[in-house]
Design a protein around this ligand. Structure first.
Ligand code: NAD
Length: 336
Protein backbone atom coordinates (compact mmCIF):
# COMPACT_ATOMS: atom_id res chain seq x y z
CA UNK A 1 0.00 0.00 0.00
CA UNK A 2 1.21 3.53 -0.78
CA UNK A 3 0.13 6.08 1.83
CA UNK A 4 0.17 9.86 1.61
CA UNK A 5 0.42 11.17 5.17
CA UNK A 6 -0.11 14.93 5.37
CA UNK A 7 1.17 16.72 8.47
CA UNK A 8 3.53 13.81 9.18
CA UNK A 9 6.17 16.07 10.78
CA UNK A 10 3.86 17.10 13.64
CA UNK A 11 3.18 15.33 16.92
CA UNK A 12 0.65 12.64 15.98
CA UNK A 13 1.70 12.44 12.31
CA UNK A 14 5.34 11.65 13.15
CA UNK A 15 4.28 9.00 15.69
CA UNK A 16 1.99 7.53 13.02
CA UNK A 17 4.75 7.44 10.36
CA UNK A 18 7.04 5.59 12.81
CA UNK A 19 4.25 3.20 13.78
CA UNK A 20 3.30 2.34 10.18
CA UNK A 21 6.88 1.87 8.89
CA UNK A 22 7.54 -0.40 11.81
CA UNK A 23 4.37 -2.45 11.44
CA UNK A 24 4.25 -2.57 7.62
CA UNK A 25 7.87 -2.44 6.37
CA UNK A 26 6.66 -3.10 2.79
CA UNK A 27 4.36 -0.03 2.65
CA UNK A 28 5.54 3.20 1.08
CA UNK A 29 4.90 6.31 3.22
CA UNK A 30 5.02 9.74 1.60
CA UNK A 31 5.05 12.44 4.26
CA UNK A 32 3.84 15.80 2.94
CA UNK A 33 4.19 18.68 5.39
CA UNK A 34 4.60 22.44 5.20
CA UNK A 35 6.91 22.51 8.24
CA UNK A 36 5.10 25.30 10.06
CA UNK A 37 6.26 26.13 13.61
CA UNK A 38 4.69 22.78 14.66
CA UNK A 39 6.38 20.60 12.02
CA UNK A 40 9.78 19.22 12.97
CA UNK A 41 11.86 16.90 10.79
CA UNK A 42 13.94 16.05 13.84
CA UNK A 43 10.99 13.85 14.86
CA UNK A 44 11.77 11.64 11.87
CA UNK A 45 15.55 11.74 11.64
CA UNK A 46 15.93 8.04 12.54
CA UNK A 47 13.94 6.97 9.44
CA UNK A 48 15.17 9.47 6.86
CA UNK A 49 17.36 6.80 5.17
CA UNK A 50 14.51 4.27 5.03
CA UNK A 51 13.89 3.56 1.30
CA UNK A 52 10.15 3.12 1.97
CA UNK A 53 9.90 6.68 3.34
CA UNK A 54 9.78 9.94 1.37
CA UNK A 55 9.45 13.48 2.73
CA UNK A 56 8.13 16.32 0.56
CA UNK A 57 7.73 19.86 1.83
CA UNK A 58 4.53 21.53 0.70
CA UNK A 59 1.17 23.03 1.52
CA UNK A 60 -2.03 20.95 1.48
CA UNK A 61 -3.67 23.91 -0.29
CA UNK A 62 -1.39 23.41 -3.31
CA UNK A 63 -3.61 21.30 -5.60
CA UNK A 64 -1.05 20.89 -8.38
CA UNK A 65 1.71 19.64 -6.15
CA UNK A 66 -0.51 17.24 -4.18
CA UNK A 67 -2.03 15.94 -7.43
CA UNK A 68 1.45 15.39 -8.89
CA UNK A 69 2.61 13.49 -5.76
CA UNK A 70 -0.49 11.28 -5.73
CA UNK A 71 0.09 10.33 -9.38
CA UNK A 72 3.88 9.99 -9.16
CA UNK A 73 3.81 7.78 -6.04
CA UNK A 74 0.69 5.81 -7.02
CA UNK A 75 -0.98 6.76 -3.75
CA UNK A 76 -3.76 4.42 -2.57
CA UNK A 77 -4.80 6.12 0.67
CA UNK A 78 -4.56 9.70 1.98
CA UNK A 79 -4.47 10.25 5.76
CA UNK A 80 -4.83 13.93 6.62
CA UNK A 81 -3.20 15.05 9.88
CA UNK A 82 -2.14 18.46 8.54
CA UNK A 83 -3.76 21.25 10.50
CA UNK A 84 -3.32 24.27 12.66
CA UNK A 85 -3.97 22.53 15.95
CA UNK A 86 -3.65 24.88 18.91
CA UNK A 87 -6.88 26.34 20.37
CA UNK A 88 -5.13 29.36 21.94
CA UNK A 89 -3.57 30.34 18.63
CA UNK A 90 -6.98 30.03 16.93
CA UNK A 91 -8.39 32.54 19.40
CA UNK A 92 -5.75 35.13 18.58
CA UNK A 93 -5.72 34.44 14.79
CA UNK A 94 -8.58 32.35 13.33
CA UNK A 95 -7.69 33.19 9.72
CA UNK A 96 -4.95 30.61 9.16
CA UNK A 97 -7.14 27.96 10.83
CA UNK A 98 -9.83 28.37 8.19
CA UNK A 99 -7.26 28.46 5.39
CA UNK A 100 -5.36 25.36 6.45
CA UNK A 101 -8.03 23.24 8.10
CA UNK A 102 -10.98 23.98 5.83
CA UNK A 103 -9.54 24.98 2.43
CA UNK A 104 -6.66 22.51 2.79
CA UNK A 105 -9.08 19.64 3.42
CA UNK A 106 -11.18 20.66 0.41
CA UNK A 107 -8.08 20.58 -1.83
CA UNK A 108 -7.09 17.12 -0.58
CA UNK A 109 -10.63 15.85 -1.17
CA UNK A 110 -10.54 17.22 -4.73
CA UNK A 111 -7.25 15.46 -5.40
CA UNK A 112 -8.62 12.24 -3.89
CA UNK A 113 -11.69 12.48 -6.12
CA UNK A 114 -9.74 13.30 -9.30
CA UNK A 115 -7.42 10.32 -8.75
CA UNK A 116 -10.02 7.77 -7.63
CA UNK A 117 -8.18 7.27 -4.36
CA UNK A 118 -9.09 4.01 -2.56
CA UNK A 119 -9.71 5.78 0.73
CA UNK A 120 -9.44 9.23 2.35
CA UNK A 121 -9.10 9.38 6.15
CA UNK A 122 -9.68 12.68 7.95
CA UNK A 123 -8.06 12.96 11.38
CA UNK A 124 -10.54 15.03 13.35
CA UNK A 125 -11.08 15.71 17.02
CA UNK A 126 -13.66 15.28 19.80
CA UNK A 127 -13.62 19.09 20.15
CA UNK A 128 -16.06 19.32 17.21
CA UNK A 129 -18.80 18.12 19.60
CA UNK A 130 -18.39 21.11 21.94
CA UNK A 131 -18.56 20.76 25.71
CA UNK A 132 -20.24 18.17 27.97
CA UNK A 133 -21.87 18.66 31.35
CA UNK A 134 -20.89 16.54 34.35
CA UNK A 135 -22.25 13.35 32.79
CA UNK A 136 -22.60 11.69 29.39
CA UNK A 137 -20.24 10.93 26.51
CA UNK A 138 -19.70 11.98 22.90
CA UNK A 139 -20.96 9.35 20.48
CA UNK A 140 -20.72 9.53 16.68
CA UNK A 141 -24.35 10.77 16.73
CA UNK A 142 -23.67 13.73 19.03
CA UNK A 143 -24.46 16.94 17.11
CA UNK A 144 -21.49 19.09 16.11
CA UNK A 145 -21.33 22.21 18.31
CA UNK A 146 -17.79 23.60 18.12
CA UNK A 147 -16.93 26.48 20.46
CA UNK A 148 -13.46 27.66 19.40
CA UNK A 149 -12.27 28.83 15.98
CA UNK A 150 -10.02 25.71 15.96
CA UNK A 151 -12.88 23.26 16.56
CA UNK A 152 -15.16 25.20 14.19
CA UNK A 153 -12.57 24.83 11.42
CA UNK A 154 -12.20 21.11 12.14
CA UNK A 155 -16.00 20.64 12.17
CA UNK A 156 -16.25 22.50 8.85
CA UNK A 157 -13.64 20.18 7.37
CA UNK A 158 -15.59 17.16 8.65
CA UNK A 159 -18.73 18.43 6.92
CA UNK A 160 -16.83 18.74 3.63
CA UNK A 161 -15.56 15.18 4.01
CA UNK A 162 -19.12 14.01 4.60
CA UNK A 163 -20.35 15.98 1.58
CA UNK A 164 -17.73 14.40 -0.74
CA UNK A 165 -19.04 10.99 0.34
CA UNK A 166 -22.69 11.92 -0.22
CA UNK A 167 -22.15 13.90 -3.43
CA UNK A 168 -19.31 12.10 -5.20
CA UNK A 169 -19.30 8.69 -3.49
CA UNK A 170 -15.71 9.14 -2.26
CA UNK A 171 -14.63 6.40 0.16
CA UNK A 172 -13.97 8.40 3.32
CA UNK A 173 -13.62 7.90 7.06
CA UNK A 174 -13.48 10.49 9.81
CA UNK A 175 -11.81 9.73 13.15
CA UNK A 176 -12.54 11.88 16.20
CA UNK A 177 -10.03 11.29 18.94
CA UNK A 178 -9.72 12.73 22.42
CA UNK A 179 -6.58 14.54 23.68
CA UNK A 180 -3.34 12.71 22.87
CA UNK A 181 -0.10 12.65 24.84
CA UNK A 182 3.28 10.97 24.28
CA UNK A 183 6.66 11.58 22.64
CA UNK A 184 7.25 14.48 20.19
CA UNK A 185 4.36 16.49 21.67
CA UNK A 186 4.98 20.18 21.03
CA UNK A 187 5.64 21.98 24.34
CA UNK A 188 2.77 24.46 23.97
CA UNK A 189 0.23 21.74 24.90
CA UNK A 190 -0.62 21.02 28.54
CA UNK A 191 1.30 17.81 29.34
CA UNK A 192 4.64 18.63 27.61
CA UNK A 193 4.39 22.27 28.77
CA UNK A 194 4.08 21.19 32.39
CA UNK A 195 6.78 18.50 32.17
CA UNK A 196 9.32 20.78 30.46
CA UNK A 197 8.56 23.81 32.65
CA UNK A 198 8.89 21.61 35.75
CA UNK A 199 12.24 20.30 34.49
CA UNK A 200 13.39 23.90 34.04
CA UNK A 201 12.03 25.02 37.44
CA UNK A 202 9.59 27.43 35.74
CA UNK A 203 6.01 28.28 36.68
CA UNK A 204 3.32 25.74 35.82
CA UNK A 205 0.30 27.67 34.43
CA UNK A 206 -3.21 26.22 34.81
CA UNK A 207 -6.18 27.92 33.16
CA UNK A 208 -9.04 29.13 35.40
CA UNK A 209 -9.97 26.85 38.30
CA UNK A 210 -8.18 23.82 36.78
CA UNK A 211 -11.39 21.76 36.81
CA UNK A 212 -11.65 21.38 33.02
CA UNK A 213 -11.77 17.71 32.10
CA UNK A 214 -10.00 16.08 29.15
CA UNK A 215 -10.06 12.41 28.13
CA UNK A 216 -6.38 11.47 27.59
CA UNK A 217 -5.14 8.80 25.18
CA UNK A 218 -1.56 7.72 24.48
CA UNK A 219 -0.62 8.64 20.92
CA UNK A 220 0.32 5.05 20.07
CA UNK A 221 -3.21 3.90 20.93
CA UNK A 222 -4.48 6.60 18.54
CA UNK A 223 -2.16 5.19 15.84
CA UNK A 224 -3.46 1.62 16.28
CA UNK A 225 -7.01 2.96 15.90
CA UNK A 226 -6.18 4.84 12.68
CA UNK A 227 -4.45 1.71 11.34
CA UNK A 228 -7.69 -0.26 11.88
CA UNK A 229 -9.80 2.47 10.26
CA UNK A 230 -7.54 2.49 7.18
CA UNK A 231 -7.77 -1.28 6.76
CA UNK A 232 -11.23 -2.10 8.09
CA UNK A 233 -13.26 1.12 8.40
CA UNK A 234 -16.60 0.95 6.61
CA UNK A 235 -17.07 3.49 3.80
CA UNK A 236 -18.42 6.83 5.01
CA UNK A 237 -18.27 6.00 8.72
CA UNK A 238 -17.15 8.21 11.59
CA UNK A 239 -15.20 6.58 14.46
CA UNK A 240 -14.73 8.13 17.89
CA UNK A 241 -11.47 7.18 19.62
CA UNK A 242 -10.86 7.44 23.37
CA UNK A 243 -9.72 5.31 26.29
CA UNK A 244 -12.10 6.37 29.12
CA UNK A 245 -9.41 8.29 30.90
CA UNK A 246 -10.94 11.53 32.15
CA UNK A 247 -8.77 13.82 34.25
CA UNK A 248 -9.03 17.43 35.34
CA UNK A 249 -6.15 19.68 34.28
CA UNK A 250 -5.46 20.13 37.99
CA UNK A 251 -5.01 16.37 38.46
CA UNK A 252 -2.65 16.17 35.47
CA UNK A 253 -0.44 18.98 36.75
CA UNK A 254 -0.35 17.63 40.30
CA UNK A 255 0.50 14.14 39.02
CA UNK A 256 3.46 15.46 37.00
CA UNK A 257 4.63 17.60 39.94
CA UNK A 258 4.52 14.53 42.17
CA UNK A 259 6.29 12.23 39.69
CA UNK A 260 9.07 14.77 39.05
CA UNK A 261 9.37 15.67 42.73
CA UNK A 262 9.23 19.43 42.14
CA UNK A 263 7.64 22.02 44.42
CA UNK A 264 3.86 22.61 44.24
CA UNK A 265 4.65 26.31 44.65
CA UNK A 266 5.50 26.39 40.92
CA UNK A 267 1.78 25.93 40.11
CA UNK A 268 0.10 29.17 39.07
CA UNK A 269 -3.58 29.61 38.18
CA UNK A 270 -3.90 32.05 35.27
CA UNK A 271 -6.92 33.73 33.61
CA UNK A 272 -9.14 31.23 31.87
CA UNK A 273 -9.18 30.76 28.08
CA UNK A 274 -12.26 32.43 26.50
CA UNK A 275 -14.96 29.88 25.59
CA UNK A 276 -13.00 27.14 27.38
CA UNK A 277 -14.88 23.83 26.99
CA UNK A 278 -15.54 22.31 30.40
CA UNK A 279 -15.51 18.59 29.73
CA UNK A 280 -14.74 16.17 26.90
CA UNK A 281 -15.36 12.42 27.17
CA UNK A 282 -15.51 9.87 24.35
CA UNK A 283 -17.73 6.82 24.01
CA UNK A 284 -15.48 4.47 21.97
CA UNK A 285 -18.00 1.60 21.77
CA UNK A 286 -18.31 1.72 17.97
CA UNK A 287 -14.61 1.34 17.13
CA UNK A 288 -14.17 -1.26 19.88
CA UNK A 289 -17.07 -3.46 18.80
CA UNK A 290 -16.99 -2.96 15.01
CA UNK A 291 -13.22 -2.84 14.43
CA UNK A 292 -11.92 -4.63 17.54
CA UNK A 293 -9.81 -1.68 18.78
CA UNK A 294 -8.59 -1.65 22.37
CA UNK A 295 -6.12 0.80 23.94
CA UNK A 296 -2.95 -0.83 25.32
CA UNK A 297 -1.65 1.92 27.61
CA UNK A 298 -2.82 2.63 31.13
CA UNK A 299 -2.47 6.33 31.92
CA UNK A 300 0.02 5.57 34.67
CA UNK A 301 2.35 3.66 32.32
CA UNK A 302 1.88 6.20 29.51
CA UNK A 303 2.61 9.26 31.63
CA UNK A 304 5.68 7.63 33.26
CA UNK A 305 7.11 6.80 29.82
CA UNK A 306 6.28 10.26 28.50
CA UNK A 307 7.95 12.03 31.42
CA UNK A 308 11.00 9.81 30.90
CA UNK A 309 11.02 10.65 27.16
CA UNK A 310 11.16 14.39 27.95
CA UNK A 311 13.95 13.78 30.48
CA UNK A 312 15.92 11.79 27.86
CA UNK A 313 15.26 14.24 25.01
CA UNK A 314 16.05 17.61 26.53
CA UNK A 315 17.90 18.75 23.40
CA UNK A 316 14.76 18.18 21.31
CA UNK A 317 12.47 20.40 23.39
CA UNK A 318 15.09 22.93 24.44
CA UNK A 319 15.72 23.75 20.79
CA UNK A 320 11.98 24.29 20.30
CA UNK A 321 11.50 26.32 23.46
CA UNK A 322 14.36 28.67 22.71
CA UNK A 323 13.11 29.57 19.21
CA UNK A 324 10.01 31.17 17.73
CA UNK A 325 7.87 29.46 20.32
CA UNK A 326 9.38 31.55 23.12
CA UNK A 327 7.98 34.79 21.66
CA UNK A 328 4.52 33.23 21.44
CA UNK A 329 4.71 31.84 24.97
CA UNK A 330 5.66 35.20 26.42
CA UNK A 331 2.70 36.81 24.66
CA UNK A 332 0.35 34.12 25.98
CA UNK A 333 1.44 33.84 29.59
CA UNK A 334 3.56 36.97 30.12
CA UNK A 335 7.29 37.20 30.82
CA UNK A 336 8.46 34.31 33.09
P1 NAD B 1 0.62 19.39 15.17
O1 NAD B 1 0.31 20.85 15.25
O2 NAD B 1 1.67 18.83 16.07
O3 NAD B 1 1.03 19.03 13.67
C1 NAD B 1 0.41 19.56 12.54
C2 NAD B 1 1.32 19.34 11.35
O4 NAD B 1 0.65 19.87 10.18
C3 NAD B 1 2.67 20.08 11.46
O5 NAD B 1 3.72 19.20 11.11
C4 NAD B 1 2.55 21.21 10.44
O6 NAD B 1 3.79 21.58 9.86
C5 NAD B 1 1.60 20.60 9.42
N1 NAD B 1 0.87 21.62 8.63
C6 NAD B 1 0.23 22.72 9.10
N2 NAD B 1 -0.29 23.42 8.07
C7 NAD B 1 0.00 22.72 6.93
C8 NAD B 1 -0.29 22.92 5.56
N3 NAD B 1 -0.99 23.99 5.14
N4 NAD B 1 0.15 22.01 4.67
C9 NAD B 1 0.87 20.92 5.08
N5 NAD B 1 1.18 20.69 6.37
C10 NAD B 1 0.75 21.58 7.28
O7 NAD B 1 -0.76 18.66 15.37
P2 NAD B 1 -1.09 17.25 16.07
O8 NAD B 1 -1.32 17.48 17.51
O9 NAD B 1 -0.10 16.25 15.64
O10 NAD B 1 -2.50 16.94 15.40
C11 NAD B 1 -2.58 16.28 14.15
C12 NAD B 1 -4.04 16.17 13.73
O11 NAD B 1 -4.76 15.46 14.71
C13 NAD B 1 -4.72 17.54 13.60
O12 NAD B 1 -5.57 17.49 12.48
C14 NAD B 1 -5.53 17.66 14.88
O13 NAD B 1 -6.69 18.43 14.66
C15 NAD B 1 -5.88 16.21 15.17
N6 NAD B 1 -6.07 15.87 16.59
C16 NAD B 1 -5.12 16.21 17.52
C17 NAD B 1 -5.30 15.82 18.85
C18 NAD B 1 -4.26 16.12 19.91
O14 NAD B 1 -4.49 15.86 21.08
N7 NAD B 1 -3.08 16.64 19.55
C19 NAD B 1 -6.44 15.12 19.23
C20 NAD B 1 -7.39 14.79 18.25
C21 NAD B 1 -7.17 15.18 16.94
Amino acid sequence: MNLLVTGGAGFIGSNFVHYMLNKYPEYKIVNYDLLTYAGNLENLKDIQENPQYVFIKGDIRNYQLVDYIVKFHHIDVIVNFAAESHVDRSISDPNIFVKTNVLGTQVLLDVAKANNIQKYVQISTDEVYGSLGDTGYFTEETPLAPNSPYSASKASADLLVRAYRETYGLNVNITRCSNNYGPYHFPEKLIPLIITNALEGKELPIYGDGQHIRDWLHVEDHCTAIDLVIHKGKPGEVYNIGGHNERTNDEIVHLIVEKLGVSKSLIKYVSDRPGHDRRYAIDPTKIMTELGWKPQYTFDKGIEETIQWYINNKDWWKRIKSGEYMAYYQKQYGER
